[in-house]
Design a binder for this molecule. Structure first.
Ligand SMILES: [Zn+2]
Length: 340
């Protein structure tokens, strides 16, 4: 993009209440059959218009066609049984009943490619598409087949690469992999996490991004954050490896977090999506607060590599709050753009 400080969101945005119950994760669909297909497309149109209206430069589908950023992708794969559930610890934080890997995993057909093609038809703005990352995918499953987190991650990386190549062909400009697990399993990130991510982006000509955050504003995450102390230095563990990796952009949680901004120096040379909107609070940031976060980040990222963004997805927020936050992000970026 030629425009300095192009804005975008980390991914999900609230769904309309006629499609799914609002302010809830894994909210069940309210429609069925063809009505659901049409309803998802209408929601995607609305979500896109809200982003454009708020002045967001790099737009997305707002994840309107998926129930959850990890589960929906896995639901489309062979080898995973959603009836056979086991309780596991997610990101070392909370217990959840999850599906089981019961055989070799594969992708019988595209998951999001039709949705991406539909979004491409609706706008000429650059579009970003989010997929779960390999390490975050394995962390939401019980694996009774490979019995190896690493092996399963490599299998998922191959599958993600197939999907990513088709998304690129459908006209997606930036493909983003969500890897909140990178903030938890440091040894694995360095042993094979970044390598599997590079496998997922192999051969892509479009831009690629990894989103690493402290999670949605749900209770389990908020409680976990309270145990992290006054300085969150988790990014320090993965950044040196990511700096040397083939990934183009890194999406981070910065506003209202306890992440020391100077850690961004460790990925110097990469494009950085700086989270300047807190998704764990209903308080709408002022444009000046957004600008202040961006100015701090500018000490460690060159202006042409800074992408103002949200800390994480906004699916669990009300539409009104999310709309206000999008506008604040645009207005805050405009202030700093004017200073450059
Ligand atoms: Zn996130």
């Amino acid at each position: 993009m030629k425009k300095l400080l192009p804005t975008s969101t980390a991914g999900s945005l609230p769904k309309p209440s006629w499609l799914a119950e609002p302010e809830k994760l894994w909210s069940p669909w309210k429609l069925q059959g063809q009505e659901l297909v049409d309803g998802k497309q209408d929601a995607l149109r609305v979500s896109l218009q809200e982003q454009l209206h708020a002045g967001i430069d790099i737009v997305s589908d707002g994840e309107q066609t998926r129930q959850h950023f990890v589960t929906t992708f896995i639901e489309h794969l062979d080898g995973v049984d959603f009836e056979q559930r086991e309780t596991v610890r997610i990101r070392d934080r909370y217990d959840a009943s999850v599906p089981s890997v019961v055989g070799a995993v594969s992708r019988p057909k595209s998951v999001f490619v039709d949705d991406a093609r539909f979004l491409r038809q609706q706008t000429s703005q650059p579009i970003k598409w989010a997929l779960p990352g390999p390490m975050t995918m394995i962390d939401t499953l019980y694996d009774g087949h490979y019995r190896s987190r690493e092996k399963l991650a490599w299998e998922f990386a191959k599958i993600l690469n197939q999907e990513a190549r088709e998304l690129e062909a459908a006209g997606v400009d930036i493909i983003q992999f969500d890897e909140p697990a990178f903030n938890v399993f440091f040894d694995e990130v360095n042993d094979w996490g970044v390598a599997t991510l590079e496998r997922a982006i192999e051969g892509l000509k479009c831009e690629t991004a990894v989103h690493i955050c402290y999670g949605y504003g749900i209770q389990a995450n908020t409680d976990w954050k309270k145990t992290l102390g006054s300085e969150w230095r988790q990014y320090e563990e993965a950044f040196p490896k990511l700096q040397k990796s083939t990934i183009d952009m890194i999406s981070l949680e910065c506003h209202n977090s306890h992440v020391p901004m100077e850690l961004i120096e460790l990925v110097r040379g990469k494009k950085v999506m700086v989270g300047a909107i807190d998704v764990a609070s209903n308080t709408i940031e002022t444009p000046e607060e957004v600008a202040s976060t961006l100015r701090k980040a500018l000490e460690f990222v060159d202006a042409d590599k800074l992408y103002p963004c949200t800390n994480c997805g906004m699916a669990p927020l009300s539409r009104e709050v999310a709309r206000g936050k999008l506008q604040a992000l645009s207005a805050g970026a405009a202030i700093v753009r004017g200073e450059l």
